[in-house]
Ligand binder design. Structure first.
Ligand code: BGC
Length: 479
């Protein structure tokens, strides 16, 4: 029954001579069909969570798995030793940031930052262009807010220590070295896959004659976990739900059987970057993919990453757009909707999030937004409601899937009772209902007795690299 309900939407077409009532009825039927496609039962989520656990085990052992389970070379340590001035660079999906941090015995005293949008020409350009852009913004910082640090380093012939958050799948061989496995989030920059990104960064900084040492490289999830760890040592996971999506968690080093150096650390805890965006991408055993998800995959420059394509900000607007275009083509929505939203990626995740949160009478926020941003005039409340429900469904599915991944990880870590999960990223932060849906679904999956706290760790991805740089410096000073 359910499967047939999924496909009813394919058989609905609104005819010009349909009465208003009949048209409204067909709209409701289309929405019921989409609801069936985009809503997951607790049983489905639990089954997926068990498969997720399976993939975690396989990944840690180095057997084929859709979860890379990458060691970070960051170990649980005493935060009080983090002391001094550190820099952090944050290259994520949309923006690049330079941050200066002053730490006093593990406490963050001040921060200064500048940021810029990563130009499209570098997202799809060359390594030289991208790392040149990074080094240029670093230099800008040292010409302004960081001038005194630079002058001091030059005078004393010392080096400035920096942590680099590079938010892509990287296989690390040390805390400050790692090769890019593949690009995600539609990046295609040439000359980076297979290269040590720290070397590329150092070479670009050297060209500008900057006395900087990149002492730590980390994923943004790891940065988020460590940033929270400095406030709350019991935090279990770091999660990013932004342009991209991913999570990391504390694991016993001994469980990382594929990496001898890590395994030999025994019971000491280390952070594992799961790269969950790629979950179930090889066989689609359990992901509830729709025709819309398949269309996104077919046109994507980042093949695989099927889980990420269902939950991250890079894609949520695009999924909604595809559904709306289909409804427009079928007459379930005015055909103008299909025409005005014809451009791929032309409907942003931000707007779909705002629409999904519209509670104004007559959905007048949605009405104005569609008019102002997309030139779409909708006057019928049923049409506006249909647009809103599409955006809500796409977001809710994302929140349910994110909840599944978090629940599975907490099951693996045996921390389903009282656990704190640090989350950063625009998708999580900017849509209030996202958090609520996640929390509700985690409780459904893990049981009412579970007590999982989702906390927003703003700027975690950037600050975390600085904290890790500070911890690394403290450890090497001790040696
Ligand atoms: C990357 C991850 C990253 C996530 C969030 C994904 O596309 O593969 O490394 O953590 O985006 O930025």
């Amino acid at each position: 029954m359910t499967d047939r309900l999924h496909t009813i939407v394919d058989h609905i077409a609104v005819k010009p001579n349909d009465s208003t009532e009949f048209r409204a009825l067909k709209q409701r039927l289309a929405l019921a069909s989409l609801t069936a496609q985009f809503t997951l039962s607790t049983e489905q989520l639990r089954a997926m969570a068990y498969y997720f656990l399976h993939e975690m085990h396989e990944g840690l052992a180095g057997r084929p798995s859709t979860l890379a389970m990458l060691p970070s070379y960051v170990y649980r340590a005493d935060t009080v030793s983090a002391h001094g001035v550190y820099y952090a660079l944050d290259l994520g999906g949309t923006n690049f940031r330079v941050i200066r941090m002053v730490l006093e015995k593990g406490v963050l005293v001040t921060t200064d930052t500048i940021q810029d949008v990563i130009p499209q020409q570098h997202v799809k350009g060359t390594a030289e262009g991208l790392f040149g852009f990074i080094a240029a913004l670093v230099e800008t910082f040292f010409e302004g807010k960081g001038a005194a640090d630079l002058a001091h380093a030059r005078k004393t012939n010392s080096r400035i220590a920096l942590g680099f958050t590079f938010s892509f799948p990287v296989t690390q061989s040390a805390v400050n070295a790692g090769k890019l496995n593949k690009w995600t989030k539609e990046f295609t920059t040439s000359g980076v896959v297979g290269e040590n990104v720290v070397k590329l960064l150092q070479a670009a900084l050297l060209k500008r004659n900057l006395p900087i040492d990149c002492v730590a490289l980390c994923n943004d999830t790891v940065g988020t976990l460590i940033a929270r760890f400095f406030k709350e040592s019991t935090v279990e996971m770091g999660v990013i739900l932004g342009t991209g999506a991913n999570a990391c968690y504390w694991e016993r080093s001994a469980a990382v059987t594929k990496d001898h150096a890590v395994r030999n650390e025994g019971e000491r805890e280390t952070v594992i970057n799961m790269e969950f965006g790629n979950f179930d991408s090889a066989h689609l055993h359990c992901l509830p993919v729709t025709e819309f998800d398949n269309a996104i995959e077919a046109a994507s420059d980042s093949k695989g990453q099927r889980f990420e394509k269902m939950i991250s900000g890079k894609y949520l607007g695009e999924i909604s757009r595809q559904v709306l275009v289909k409804l427009g083509a079928k007459g379930v929505l005015p055909s103008d909707v299909a025409k005005k939203l014809a451009t791929p990626y032309g409907f942003t995740s931000k707007d779909s999030g705002l629409i999904s949160a519209d509670r104004l009478p007559g959905l007048c926020f949605t009405q104005n937004l569609l008019k102002e941003r997309y030139g779409i005039t909708l006057t019928d409340i049923n049409d506006l409601y249909t647009v809103k429900v599409v955006c809500v469904l796409v977001r809710s599915r994302a929140a349910q899937l994110a909840a599944m991944a978090i629940s599975a990880t907490l099951l693996k870590a045996e921390k389903t009772g009282n656990a704190t999960v640090a989350v950063d990223g625009s998708v999580y932060e900017k849509t209030p209902s996202f958090r609520t849906i996640m929390a509700t679904n985690i409780r459904r999956i893990l049981g009412e007795e579970s007590d999982v706290r989702l906390v927003l760790q703003r700027d975690g991805s950037g600050l975390g690299a600085g904290y890790i740089a500070a911890l690394t410096a403290a450890t090497s000073n001790k040696k």
